[in-house]
Design a protein around this ligand. Sequence first.
Ligand SMILES: [Zn+2]
Length: 147
Amino acid sequence: MYVLDTSAILAGLALPPSEVVIPPSVYSEVHYKSPDIEMYEIVSPGDEFVSKVVKASKKTGDYEVLSRTDVDVLALALQVNGVIITDDYAIQNVAHFMGIKYETAEMLGIKEARKWKWRCESCGRYYRKKYEHCPVCGGRLRRVRDK
Ligand SMILES: [Zn+2]
């Protein structure tokens, strides 16, 4: 099951409707621009999943930049054990932290490998984006090649 965020829908990604769910907030943001999404199933993420995402995003330091819609996308992916399609780094970062699978619209399209990620020298966690310090332990981040 795939969960699409706003960026994925606006990228014009076409997936089999039976494999896609979206939260109501994504629907309201883009349905007037992308009539195609009428065919996707709309599912509201449960409160407990939303709380888990909020908590995790505060730990990674992404909470401030996540919109309510972003939180819903993550919560829904957690709820249905789905794969998020997103080009948003903050969403990817929280997904990575929470063990939620994600792909970019670009990866699904032209399969271009992502080039870099950052690894904390102290605790060993990986991040998709560069932080000043590791959001979890405060250690130094080093850029490493992604395979
Ligand atoms: Zn660390």
